[in-house]
Design a binder for this molecule. Sequence first.
Ligand code: 5GP
Length: 185
Amino acid sequence: MNNEFKQYQDLERVLVTREEIAAKVKELGRRINADYQGKSPVVVCILKGAVIFFADLLRELDLPLDIDFMAISSYGSSTKSTGVVKLVKDLDRDVNGRDVLVVEDIVDSGMTLSYIKSELLHRGASSVRIATLLDKPARRRVNLEVEYSCFNIPDAFVVGYGLDYDEKYRNLPDVGILHPRIYTK
Ligand code: 5GP
């Protein structure tokens, strides 16, 4: 595979390149800037998978925003969702009366974001919108509105650009399909 990192050998193939991501993040930034004109949203990063997308997206946002972080437990080291959602790290600040933009790496069943959205609305957020890098619409198990999505992808387990398998591969600059030999031992 034509890439400089040795970890690319564990990929079946690259699915979304760094260039495609950079172009989409810019485009998404422009949409969000237009939609949030005159507002000062709290932009929430869902740890850890969204960190790289979050850092890149933030630098496209020309808005007087705050940032905050939330961590939710999901897969552990497996590649299949357990459907069990647990809050591991909460926000530092109150979102009562605020417009919240939740930034996530990938929407799969939709359970995680549906939990986060209802929790934030319950806390009195004026609005809650979702921005995701990747979406697997074929896997949705709950009805969830995703306002900003960069790429729809097929039902495959992907890593890179923040997404991990057993905490590895987050540092890969592109998104790729992990070779099944890595997790079917
Ligand atoms: P959901 O609650 O929508 O089923 O799952 C969302 C979470 O599952 C994501 O934040 C991510 O942590 C994890 N996830 C879902 N699909 C993938 C995938 O293809 N690769 C990786 N690395 N994580 C995934």
